[in-house]
Design a protein around this ligand. Structure first.
Ligand code: HBI
Ligand code: FE
Length: 286
C-alpha cells in the first residue's frame, strides 16, 4: 500500500474515510485471550514506568473487561473526558486520511489483533498497540489537544511537502516519548508502553541516548522502525510539548531545509543530555 499521501481509494467494505465497523461480536475467544495476555503483562510492569496521565487513562477507560474492548464503550467515557473517539480502520491508512481523523479528534485504530505466536513483533499497528498504547493518553486534556494540533499540522505539512520532518515529531513523541518527572523518567509514547521489552529498555538500558526535547533538533534526527530506538527525547511536561506545536512551522521547515540531519546516535554540544548512551545494544545488532 502506498502511504505517501496520495489519494487512494479505501479497500472494499470501508467507508470513504477508510473507517469500518469494529464488529466486536466477531472476535474469537482466542483473540480475546491474546488481549488479556498482553494487557496483564503490560499492566503489571507499567506502574512506576508509565506517566500518571497514561496510568490514570488506562484506569478510567476500564480496558480490562475480559478481552478486546468494545470501541462503543471506550467512546462513551473518552468522549465525556476529552471529546475524542476511536474509529476502526483496516490497517495503515494514507497520511491525509490519518491526519484528517486526528484533526477532528478521532483516533484511527486497527481492529485486528496479533496472533499468539507473535506477541512481541508487529508490522502493522493492531488493536492492542492502537488502543492500549495510544488511547489512554487521549484522556488527558493537554495531550488530547496536542494530538489534534498534530493532525492539523500534518495536513499543512502534506500540502507543503514537509511530512518527513513532521513524521519525526510523531515518532519521537506520540510513539517513543519520555517525560521527566520529579520521581524520574516516565513513558508516555505508545510504541513503548505497548511493548513488553522496550518499556524496560527505554528507561533502564544504558545503551540509548536520552536527550532533552528540542523541536528542531528532533526533526533533524532520523529514526529506526525495525528495532529499539537509539535515542529518546524527553519532554519536561505535556504542556511544554503542546506549546512547542502551537507555533507556525513554516519558518521551522525553512530552517530545516538548510540544515543537515543529525546522525541517529550523535550528541551535539547544544543537547541537554540526560543519559549519554553506550550504544552497546545497537552496535551489537549492526
Ligand atoms: N495509519 N492506521 C494508521 N495508523 C498510523 O499510526 C498511521 C497511519 N497512517 C499514516 C501514519 N500513521 C503517519 O502519517 C504518521 O505516523 C505520521
Ligand atoms: Fe502507533
Amino acid at each position: 500500500m502506498s502511504l505517501d499521501g496520495h489519494a487512494l481509494t479505501p479497500p472494499p467494505g470501508s467507508r470513504a474515510d477508510w473507517t469500518i465497523d469494529q464488529d466486536w461480536a466477531a472476535y474469537s475467544p482466542g483473540e480475546h485471550q491474546v488481549w488479556m495476555t498482553l494487557y496483564q503483562r503490560q499492566a503489571a510492569q507499567l506502574p512506576g514506568r508509565a506517566c500518571d496521565a497514561f496510568l490514570n487513562g488506562l484506569a478510567a477507560l476500564d480496558l480490562d473487561r475480559g478481552g478486546i474492548p468494545d470501541f462503543n464503550q471506550i467512546n462513551a467515557e473518552l468522549g465525556r473526558l476529552t471529546g475524542w473517539s476511536v474509529v476502526a480502520v483496516p490497517g495503515l491508512v494514507p497520511d491525509a486520511v490519518f491526519f484528517e481523523h486526528l484533526a477532528n479528534r478521532r483516533f484511527p485504530a486497527g481492529r485486528f489483533i496479533r496472533g499468539p505466536e507473535q506477541l512481541d513483533y508487529l508490522q502493522e499497528p493492531d488493536v492492542f498497540h492502537d488502543v492500549f498504547g495510544h488511547v489512554p493518553m487521549l484522556t488527558d486534556p493537554t495531550f488530547a489537544d496536542y494530538m489534534e494540533a498534530y493532525g492539523r499540522g500534518g495536513l499543512r505539512a502534506l500540502n507543503q511537502g514537509q511530512l518527513h520532518n513532521l513524521a519525526r515529531l510523531y515518532w519521537y513523541t506520540v510513539e517513543f516519548g519520555l517525560l521527566d518527572t520529579p520521581q524520574g523518567l516516565r513513558i508516555y509514547g505508545a510504541g513503548i508502553v505497548s511493548s513488553h521489552a522496550e518499556s524496560r529498555f527505554a528507561l533502564d538500558d544504558p545503551s540509548p541516548n536520552r536527550l532533552g526535547f528540542d523541536l528542531e533538533r528532533l526533526m533533524r534526527t532520523p529514526y529506526r522502525i525495525d528495532d529499539f530506538q537509539q535515542v529518546y527525547f524527553v519532554i519536561r511536561s505535556l504542556r511544554a510539548l503542546l506549546d512547542a506545536t502551537l507555533q507556525d512551522f513554516g519558518p521551522v521547515y525553512q530552517r530545516l531545509a538548510e540544515a543537515h540531519d543529525v546522525p541517529i546516535a550523535a550528541i551535539k554540544a547544544t543537547d541537554r543530555v540526560l543519559t549519554r548512551g553506550t550504544q552497546a545494544y545497537a552496535l551489537a545488532r549492526n
